[in-house]
Design a binder for this molecule. Structure first.
Ligand SMILES: Cc1ncc(COP(=O)(O)O)c(C=O)c1O
Length: 413
């Protein structure tokens, strides 16, 4: 019988220490007053300013809210066009739509899974105002070519660093090349506190606008913070008991009755906003995030070591996302002919492989008519999405488990 389940997602950064801390916030009454406000938010913002050597860092409830704030600060208006790559998440598309702008989907550049400069040139119009540069899974985009096009055409830039905190491009961290850059601290990201996000910028004018918008936001309501804190003990127990069947049951029920949050709500999948967001970043979650920020370099080193094992084992056998020494490998992505079958076989062996992104805009159960994506408009993205399977690289994966995952895939793919 399988004794331990290996997950790609499922809150990979969750540690015993974090569970203890979350329980402290939940069960010690004097800590309840610090759920929304406190000194930890400023510490996260200071860490970001210092790490990126920028004067401004502003936190939000999520990356999607931060992205919306960035677009507003860049002065986007109704009908403006925003370049965004296909092979992304629906919440990115929603953030654009909520500003009144139109997302223009750009194809990806082969197996980099990042935006193609050639396709941008074909899709530029008079209305193009902003380019969102995504560094998919931690592989830096071709920033030089992309920002050259942006400068040539007076287009403002946002780096979407939801996957790439700690990634470098020409020795400088991603997030330092665009007018404004966005980060996510969602549950499956490089560092995570269930839900959170931030913007950084060097520009005082943009920072003023971002702060002005931030000041209008409410605190995250206490029920939502309670849900995020409950995520820690419930996921900890759920993951431990998964192989017995009880974990799946506990987590499924917890989600159903609202003991824990959803990563993407039904309304968001349908292109609508939820009533309880956007909001400010809660202090309790900032406190859970800080220790991970301090360990960032170690986490990245681990992800690279695990990815090296995969890379060597799959070399010349199964195609993977392009390798680069700058890649920080949030996930190690392979391209196989039958990804569903591979995921299913792995699941039977207690291994949950990832499905980021198995459609050009993920997840697949979205209202496609609201996204504005035209089928066949980004053929590379469509083709790679159909073949993508991602492997875990997080701190819970040992070299032995990486070898076990790889050999299972090699046997069946
Ligand atoms: C590429 C990308 N950008 C932005 C986001 C939004 O981040 P958040 O979940 O913190 O809103 C996501 C979310 O998964 C993402 O995958």
């Amino acid at each position: 019988m399988q004794t331990k389940t290996l997950f790609t997602g499922f809150s990979p950064n969750l540690t015993v220490k974090a569970v203890r801390k979350a329980c402290g916030f939940l069960w010690l009454p004097w800590r309840w007053l610090t759920w929304q406000r406190g000194t930890e938010i400023e510490k996260v913002e200071s860490w970001l300013k210092s790490y990126f050597d920028v004067p401004h860092a502003i936190t939000f409830d999520s990356g999607r809210t931060a992205l919306y704030a960035a677009l507003e600060a860049l002065g986007i208006e109704e009908g403006d066009e925003v370049l965004v790559q296909a092979y992304t998440c629906v919440v990115v598309v929603n953030a654009i739509k909520w500003t009144g702008a139109v997302p223009v989907f750009i194809d990806i550049d082969g197996n980099t899974l990042n935006m193609s400069p050639e396709d941008i040139r074909k899709k530029l119009t008079e209305k193009t105002k902003v380019m969102i540069i995504q560094h998919t899974f931690g592989l830096p985009a071709d920033i030089k070519s992309l920002t050259d096009i942006a400068h040539e055409h007076g287009i403002k830039t946002i780096e979407d660093c939801a996957h790439s905190l700690g990634t470098k491009y020409k020795d400088e961290p991603t997030g330092t090349f665009a007018d404004v850059s966005m980060f996510s601290f969602g549950s499956d990201k490089v560092v995570s506190c269930v839900r959170g996000g931030a913007l950084i910028t060097k520009d005082d004018g943009y920072a003023r606008k971002i702060h002005k918008y931030h000041d209008t936001l409410p605190e995250t309501n206490v029920f939502r913070i309670w849900q995020h804190l409950m995520h820690y003990p419930l996921f900890f127990i759920g993951k431990k008991l998964y192989h017995l069947g009880a974990g799946k049951w506990i987590l499924g029920l917890a989600k159903k009755i609202g003991l824990i949050n959803k990563i993407i709500y039904k309304q968001e999948k349908d292109g609508r906003q939820v009533p309880f967001y956007p909001s400010k970043f809660p202090n309790a979650l900032a406190s859970l995030l800080l220790p991970q920020l301090k360990k960032l370099e170690k986490t990245i080193e681990h992800r690279r070591n695990i990815s090296d094992i995969y890379r060597k084992l799959f070399h010349k056998k199964i195609q993977a996302q392009k390798h680069s020494t700058d890649h920080t490998y949030l996930r190690f992505t392979l391209f196989v002919e039958q990804p569903k079958a591979v995921r299913s076989i792995a699941k039977n062996h207690g291994i949950f492989l990832g499905n980021w992104y198995d459609t050009v805009i993920a997840p697949k159960d979205i209202d496609w008519s609201r996204t504005g994506y035209e089928q066949k408009s980004c053929p590379n993205a469509e083709s790679y999405a159909k073949k993508s399977v991602n492997l875990p690289t997080h701190i819970g994966i040992t070299p032995e488990s990486a070898k076990k995952i790889a050999s299972l895939i090699l046997e069946h793919a």
